[in-house]
Write a protein that binds this ligand. Sequence first.
Ligand code: AMP
Ligand code: GLY
Length: 420
Amino acid sequence: MNILILGSGGREHSLAWAVLQNPKCDRLIVAPGNAGIAGIAECAALDIMDPGAVVGFAEEESIDLVIIGPEAPLAVGVADRLRESDILTFGPSAAAAQLEASKRFTKEICDASGAPTASYGHFTDAVAAHAHIDATGVPIVIKADGLAAGKGVIIAETVAEAHAAIDDMFGGAFGSAGAEVVIEEFMTGEEASLFVLCDGTDILSIGTAQDHKRVGEGDTGPNTGGMGAYSPAPVLTPEIEARALNEIIRPTIAEMTKRGMPFQGVLYAGLMIKNGAPRLVEYNVRFGDPECQVLMMRLGAQAMDLMHATADGRLAECKADWAEDHALTVVLAADGYPGDYQKGSVISGLDTCPEDSFNMVFHAGTTRANGQITATGGRVLNVTARGASLREARDRAYAIVDRINWPEGFCRRDIGWRAL
Ligand code: AMP
Ligand code: GLY
């Protein structure tokens, strides 16, 4: 098969790495890719936000399956256009991608399907939103309705912070994403993520993960896209996972089908777990980054078969075979991230790192220039390892981190601490 993966992050590097292990893959192109991906697959310059350009490219290159990594092309209908042209595609329609692109839409789906989640109010004007905050008090969670690159959620501890967040959002701090605002009950508990493939009818759970969102050790400091992750998530026991599937995922999928927008792709459910009961925090309609890296490390070659079956409506005949193992990934980021950071510093030592089915350095924000790898993003490398235990996976990952020489970068040294 000829496969095209859209995206340029560590998530897409790990997807490419898994696909390449499958003998059914004859040719792999990643658009636009990055320096790490270029080491294992063909990279192509392609505007992945232009559905017409993606369809034209896929037809020209005789692509049999397109795997869409990030949410932005999904939200603009790239999957719709590919399917209209009879090209097998892994990723939901723009209508189904509203599960990530609109917080209000997701809350309405939860209401209609009875999926447990935080109670909420939905506002299109600041006056009503301010009044709601005065009536409910703090802590409270304020969310821009639309896609805001992970920055549209404010957890307000004081009433003043809550009012300021409302003013910011309606004042345009998040652009059109903040024209509508959802205000939610603050939920306590432990967070974990569940990843479920859906082919429009059937579902298949492909694993659990936990990430570290805060930049600092001990989960302190500002939020980031994720500084590390591990799989499985011990808090998501088989019993709680079964509850999440039955009480949250299946009702959601059924409601989407009922509304004429069947979900096809990977549904990534962020869950809050308390007293053995899961509640939905949010959905994403794509793999998490860096959660994908640990899932791919554990799934290996079968990941491609599962994504192919998802695109083809054949999930009912599939199962995921898990080794009893653990994977952990450590994110190396540029000094200053998630604030301002410099681009262009040189990373060395990568050629001394092992790359096999237990150890991989996935690239997130790198470029190759004059034979050297340089950092061109905030999150730059994802050092990922697998082991019989989480401790073994962690020790392997940090042994690789210590081989990498990048004075302008940093990482957290405590990834996995909660589970260990
Ligand atoms: P989101 O961008 O929706 O993933 O939210 C970012 C993070 O904010 C989540 O991963 C949670 O840690 C936190 N969060 C969002 N909604 C709530 C809520 N209702 N209660 C508690 N924490 C929340
Ligand atoms: N690591 C969080 C995300 O991909 O949304």
